[in-house]
Design a protein around this ligand. Sequence first.
Ligand SMILES: NC(=O)c1ccc[n+]([C@@H]2O[C@H](COP(=O)([O-])OP(=O)(O)OC[C@H]3O[C@@H](n4cnc5c(N)ncnc54)[C@H](O)[C@@H]3O)[C@@H](O)[C@H]2O)c1
Length: 430
Amino acid sequence: MSRIAVFGAGYVGLVTGACFADLGHDVVVRDVLPEKVEALRAGRVPIHEPGLSDVIERVGERLRFTLDVSEALEGADFAFVAVGTPPTHSGDPDLSAVWTVVDELPDGMDTTLVMKSTVPPGTGEKVRRALDLRGLADVAYVSNPEFLAEGTAIHDFMHPDRVVVGAFEPEHAERVAPLYETLETTIVRTDVASAEMIKLASNAFLSTRVSFINEIASVCELVGADVVDVAAGIGLDHRLGPHFLKAGLGFGGSCFPKDVSALKQLAGNSGYHFQLLSAVIEVNELQRRRVIQKLQKHLGDLHDKEIAVLGLAFKPGTDDLREAPSLVIAARLLAEGADVRAWDPVADARSLLPEVTFSSTVLDAVRDADAAVVVTEWPEVAALATQEAYAAMRRPIVVDGRNVLDPEAMRTLGFVYEGVGRPVPVEVER
Ligand SMILES: NC(=O)c1ccc[n+]([C@@H]2O[C@H](COP(=O)([O-])OP(=O)(O)OC[C@H]3O[C@@H](n4cnc5c(N)ncnc54)[C@H](O)[C@@H]3O)[C@@H](O)[C@H]2O)c1
């Protein structure tokens, strides 16, 4: 078993640390935020990630938390970097936290440095050069990008589709690959730049599928086709597969928007105009705004209209609000003069949306509302498909941005219902 240091106690760092400890390794996670480390030491998990608290509890003393770099690295065979790489104003990722970790490595260290943070191709090369210049030639550098998805992160870590290990020297890859040998998976051994590119290209491809099906949905609305059936029919083609063909409000979260933009900018910085990704980003931005047009179609001017926004997290199973479509939709509604009330079972958006009123249940949120918009497909949204919800609303208008409700059942209940890319019958207002 190995001694592993993990830098960053966020979604990736905590899951990585907890799962490696669960696999039997001795792990110390280091973060720079005292309140985060204190909470973790006291047994409080600062993020909502299903199953994470159970694993942390189960592994006990095999997983410890610190603010101190030397404590994290003491006796460590591996130093995993899992710090954030958020977007900058230019669309390139901000790698300052990665560089801080590299700069803080102590002189004389010979631990293997493993990059789990998503970084653009070329970063490993720069880190390698910086390590050599600092006299840290004995530090092996390995790129090991993470593919977990929030909401299913523990499962994804333990059952990965593949593990990518990119190294400058093949023997360095052979140090990291055994950490995953008990998992049933394929290990992709490659060079560092290719490993870095696999991560960005994967997220860009998934985002492209989302924007593609959203454009198909927009055409479906014009020609009377149903995108849910269309996607099911497309997805049965083994060359295409069924995943990421859900029409909706587009992709959000801390990864897809940032990584698509990072790849587009990286291409541009390298002299190539990545046209497809520009379209993917534009389609995604417009997709959120189409909700407003649908509401206006039914309500006219949105000024002083009461609109319920159901779901705030960028997807169910997480409290992550980074790049959440809900924030754009709420901001657009407020800009149109609407009164917005919002509901989410775990995400706390009070500081991000100070002008919004927050409700503790779906029913409270829709009471006396002129319309409800389903933004995140939490299971609780099913409460909308009831006689009680119909009776509670001032106008029974539902825009289902995730196609989670049954259009037939909603219309039978009396709702004016619109999904994304689904046929809309001639409207009957009450
Ligand atoms: N969140 C995901 O679903 C996901 C999935 C795959 C890959 N990634 C990538 O993994 C990386 C981390 O993402 P995240 O969502 O876990 O980020 P996060 O923002 O949740 O967590 C990052 C943590 O790093 C800490 N940190 C900053 N500087 C540090 C330092 N010098 N030493 C130690 N800790 C430091 C921060 O305080 C924070 O707690 C990013 O590059 C992201 O693109 C994220």
